[in-house]
Ligand binder design. Structure first.
Ligand SMILES: Cc1ncc(C[n+]2csc(CCOP(=O)(O)OP(=O)(O)O)c2C)c(N)n1
Length: 196
């Protein structure tokens, strides 16, 4: 049985598997960005939109829309955290109105995962990072988009395939398991760096 909620490593692998070499992944800003930076192999230039400078949350959905406008013939998948998605989710209205074809994966951990990871790394207590979310399926549908909820890790890949193959605005609510972020990306990375 594949673990569920999905591990970020599995998500990165599934998105790589489902996208053709010219497909575009547009990332918002959250801890999954680190997993993509480490594990996602780009086959062509400008196929991974990753803002690592100002790292502005809320950019994932609009950058996917822009990528679609520039390359309407290519599949575009945006990956957002629930926090970042909710900062600009109203742009779903624009995407639907303009008849775009994009797929948005919302990694739902009901919290600010990246800040949790950073606070753990700095030895701070886990404080003030949890929040609730709307029902993302109903939320997407209220804009006239298609909403889906992933119920098992193995269901994600075929769903992504269906979404990138069928024109429309597709929003996927995908529960994510971030329990390994601290061990792998804080402790083990540090140990490795010292060993090298
Ligand atoms: C506009 C903005 N506000 C705050 C931050 C600082 N910040 C970086 S990541 C992050 C949390 C991201 O949470 P979420 O979008 O749910 O993604 P997760 O890390 O949980 O996958 C915050 C608050 C930022 N980069 N941009």
């Amino acid at each position: 049985m594949t673990p569920f909620p999905i591990y970020p490593q599995r998500l990165v692998a599934d998105i790589r598997r489902v996208l053709p070499p010219e497909g575009i992944v547009a990332l918002d800003n959250g801890i999954y960005k680190i997993w993509f930076a480490r594990n996602y192999k780009a086959h062509n230039p400008n196929t991974v939109l990753l803002d690592n400078a100002l790292a502005t949350m809320g950019a994932g959905l609009p950058s996917a829309m822009a990528a679609h406008l520039v390359h309407p013939d290519r599949p575009v998948i945006s990956v957002c955290g629930d926090g970042g998605f909710m900062m600009n989710s109203q742009e779903l209205e624009t995407a639907v109105r303009m008849g775009m074809h994009i797929t948005v994966v919302i990694l739902r951990d009901d919290g600010y995962g990246m800040i949790r990871w950073k606070q753990a790394n700095m030895g701070f207590t886990d404080f003030g990072l949890d929040y609730g979310n709307p029902d993302f399926v109903k939320y997407a549908e209220s804009y006239g988009a298609n909403g889906y909820r992933v119920e098992s890790a193995d269901a994600l890949l075929p769903l992504l395939d269906r979404c990138i193959s069928n024109p429309g605005v597709h929003v996927i609510d995908c529960p994510v398991d971030y329990s390994e972020n601290d061990r792998i990306l804080n402790t083990e990375l540090r140990e490795r760096a010292v060993a090298i």
